[in-house]
Each structure stands twice: as structure tokens, then as C-alpha cells.
Design a protein around this ligand. Structure first.
Ligand SMILES: NC(=O)c1ccc[n+]([C@@H]2O[C@H](COP(=O)([O-])OP(=O)(O)OC[C@H]3O[C@@H](n4cnc5c(N)ncnc54)[C@H](O)[C@@H]3O)[C@@H](O)[C@H]2O)c1
Length: 202
């Protein structure tokens, strides 16, 4: 089978990590990368032998891609997904798919209408640790679940959600509550069961 020709849009933290992860895979070939930071696009592109673009729209139109992975700031996910879908390019979007439910619905409907495969990067769902926790919970190993509490050290300023800004990894002493992202396998089962049991039993 021919490898899927993939374009990476936005090669900051996540996009460059995805590019590195994809490089050794047989099923996919990163043929183009785009970033408004042209030097960054060039550096990431050179590392994997991909064409570099400073304009995501140009990558979609002229990059020879069958699919794009969108890893720009949130606000651009839906507009770029729509642009790609309307041009017959399949879409894998970083989360969130859009910054409003209405925009997400538009992306889903447009992809459906154009026969485009659409995916959102919910990679935690592929981490076997969560499957183990689910089986433990379903099997009654921790009793009834009343509350689940998760803590992450990845802080994102509001600017990152509404346009611009980057994520900052904070030291544990400065933890903030936010979206969950940690490998559960690093936590002993007892701690997890304590967390899952919680204390708020209304
Ligand atoms: N799946 C996960 O676990 C996970 C983790 C972190 C971030 N994310 C998501 O990934 C996305 C990117 O996050 P990040 O931490 O990599 O941010 P980042 O700021 O490090 O990278 C974003 C990149 O997009 C580029 N960019 C901005 N506007 C662009 C445009 N118009 N065209 C092309 N490139 C453009 C920026 O120059 C930058 O290099 C966010 O939406 C975030 O929610 C997902």
C-alpha cells in the first residue's frame, strides 16, 4: 500500500512532535509542512524531507497532500479544516475541533458532504492505561464512582484559546486545573482508586 501523503499544518510543539513521530512510519509520509513562522517550517521540513510552506492554504492547494494534520492555535482549526475538506483533503485536527459547537457542527457537516474523513486528536483514548482503568471500574474493583479528580501541569493562557499564545509546562508546585493529560500507568493503582473514589458523595 502506498503511504498516505500527509501535510502538517502548524509545526510548533505538537506539530513538530507529530512530524517526528510520523517520520519512521511506513503508512504515512509527511510530504509538506506549513507554519507562519517560515524558518520553523523550513527546519522541520528539512528534517523529514518535506516541502515547507509559510501559508497553510498554499500547502492544501499545492502541497500534493491527501490529508492534513492541523496543529495550529485553536481558532484556526475549524477554518483550516473547512478549507481542506472543500478541496478534497482529509482532516485530522488537534483538539479542540473548533472553538464553538456550531463551528464544530459545520466542520462535521462539510466533511460528510464532501466525503472527507475527519478525526480529532484524542490520543489518550489509545493509551491502554485508560482501558485498564475502565475495566477496573466496570468490574467493580473500586466501587461506585462518585467523583473523578484530575490534575495537569500544562497551563494554557486564555490567549491560546481565543487566538495566539502558547502552552507552558509548569512545575508541580504551580499546578493548575485544566484538561487532563497524564500517563495513568505512572500512578500506583491504590492512588488511582483513591482518586476515583473521591469524597463528594451527594
Ligand atoms: N493532543 C494533545 O495532547 C495536545 C497537546 C498540546 C496541544 N494540543 C493542541 O495543539 C494545538 C497546537 O498547540 P501547540 O502547543 O503545538 O502550540 P504552538 O504554539 O507550540 O504551535 C502552534 C504553531 O502554529 C503556528 N501557526 C500559527 N498560525 C498559523 C497559520 N495560520 N498557519 C500555519 N501555522 C500557524 C505557530 O507559528 C506555531 O508554530 C492547540 O490547538 C492545542 O490544543 C494538543
Amino acid at each position: 500500500m502506498e503511504p498516505l501523503k500527509l501535510g502538517m499544518i502548524g509545526v510548533g510543539q505538537m506539530g513538530s512532535a507529530h512530524t517526528r513521530t510520523m517520520a519512521p512510519l511506513e503508512e504515512v509520509r509527511v510530504v509538506a509542512v506549513a507554519d507562519v513562522d517560515a524558518a520553523r517550517a523550513r527546519a522541520v521540513g528539512e528534517a523529514v524531507g518535506a516541502r515547507a510552506f509559510a501559508d497553510a492554504h498554499a500547502l492544501i492547494r499545492r502541497g500534493g497532500v491527501e490529508a492534513v494534520l492541523i496543529a495550529t492555535p485553536h481558532t484556526l482549526h475549524a477554518p483550516l479544516a473547512l478549507y481542506a475538506a472543500k478541496r478534497g483533503v482529509h482532516v485530522l485536527s488537534e483538539k479542540p475541533l473548533a472553538i464553538s459547537a456550531a463551528a464544530a457542527d459545520r466542520v462535521i457537516a462539510t466533511c460528510r458532504d464532501h466525503g472527507i474523513l475527519l478525526g480529532v486528536m484524542f490520543q489518550q483514548r489509545t493509551d491502554p492505561s485508560w482501558g485498564t482503568i475502565k475495566r477496573l471500574v466496570e468490574g467493580g474493583a473500586v466501587g461506585a464512582v462518585y467523583r473523578l479528580s484530575l490534575v495537569t501541569t500544562a497551563y494554557r493562557p486564555q490567549a491560546c484559546r481565543v487566538g495566539g499564545g502558547r502552552a507552558v509546562a509548569l512545575p508541580p508546585s504551580a499546578r493548575s486545573n485544566g484538561s487532563c493529560s497524564f500517563p495513568a500507568s505512572r500512578f500506583p493503582p491504590l492512588l488511582l482508586s483513591g482518586v476515583i473514589r473521591g469524597r463528594d458523595r451527594e
